[in-house]
Design a protein around this ligand. Structure first.
Ligand SMILES: NC(=O)c1ccc[n+]([C@@H]2O[C@H](COP(=O)([O-])OP(=O)(O)OC[C@H]3O[C@@H](n4cnc5c(N)ncnc54)[C@H](OP(=O)(O)O)[C@@H]3O)[C@@H](O)[C@H]2O)c1
Length: 258
């Protein structure tokens, strides 16, 4: 497929690199106004351009990886050149209804919520489309399945998907940072503490996904009665570990919904 990603920032560049690395047979073009900043994408065989309209008449899929307030202007630029394409928007908070109002049936509209781990084939992507467009959205699901996992969700959960799957990257990294900081306090140099903390989080995730287990089942395997793990875990819970994460996620959702 011929895929054009409009907006080569954090997300657009990550998706482009992921698709270039983990899919075959696709032509990928990324645009941004300051095109010099995405010169590095060329090493992955990705085309770059400062002109959003450049070659889009031949595109199969357009992905919008621009800020929500840029969507109207960019669609205004693209729409005269395209019809019958799939337009997948990653702009948070821009609804299918708003996109349909602008696109008015000329192209198929899909919302996507990936995260920047797409670059390493590890995004948790959510996709939504109107019921009548779900089958046309399948190529998008298939693409994002190659750079991680992709599920179709009801659009009413798209804001929640943004928080859990996209903001969630930052939440997980903050956990690793905290673990690393504690590691330094208990004796490791920063580099070693980070390596141990990150690999331990990766290992826990691998087990969880490979075993399709509930986290608590695996926690039970690590916690000896009266041992150090349960003592530490319970202290964390007394200090509000789970509670603060849940509250943070709900606050992020409130913020998105305005
Ligand atoms: N970052 C994430 O983890 C993440 C995850 C899920 C969803 N999202 C959503 O994805 C969107 C992009 O996020 P981001 O973090 O990648 O933002 P970003 O780093 O600011 O990237 C946006 C890019 O759009 C480009 N751009 C702006 N106007 C443009 C135009 N008229 N034509 C072409 N390119 C244009 C900008 O480059 P120039 O200024 O050089 O044009 C910039 O590189 C947002 O709506 C965000 O909510 C982000």
């Amino acid at each position: 497929m011929n895929i054009h990603i409009i907006g080569g920032g954090n997300l657009g560049a990550a998706i482009a690199i992921g698709l270039a690395q983990f899919t075959t047979g696709n032509t990928i073009t990324v645009t941004r106004r300051n095109v010099k900043l995405i010169d590095n994408l060329k090493q992955y065989g990705i085309n770059t351009s400062a002109d959003n309209a450049d070659g889009i008449a031949n595109a199969d899929i357009l992905m919008l990886a621009i800020k929500p307030w840029q969507v109207d202007a960019v669609l205004g630029e693209l729409l005269p050149h395209v019809s019958g394409k799939i337009i997948a928007s990653a702009a948070s908070g821009v609804t299918l209804e708003q996109l349909h109002a602008k696109i008015a049936g000329t192209n198929t509209v899909v919302r996507i919520m990936p995260n920047i781990a797409a670059q390493y084939g590890a995004s948790a992507t959510c996709v939504s489309a109107k019921a009548e467009d779900i089958s046309k959205a399948q190529p998008i699901v298939d693409l994002f399945d190659k750079v991680g996992t992709a599920v179709i969700i009801d659009e009413k959960l798209m804001d929640a998907a943004t928080v859990l799957g996209a903001c969630g990257t930052a939440f997980a990294l903050r956990y690793i940072r905290a673990s690393m900081q504690a590691g330094i306090e208990i004796g490791f140099d920063a580099k070693t503490a980070l390596a141990i903390s990150a690999q331990t989080a990766l290992g826990a995730t691998e087990m969880l996904l490979k075993e399709s287990a509930h986290p608590e089942q695996l926690i039970d395997k690590v916690t000896t009665p009266q041992g150090c793990t349960i003592a530490g875990l319970n202290e964390m819970e007394h200090e509000g570990f789970s509670s603060s994460l849940i509250k943070g996620i709900k606050t992020s959702l409130k913020q998105i919904k305005g």
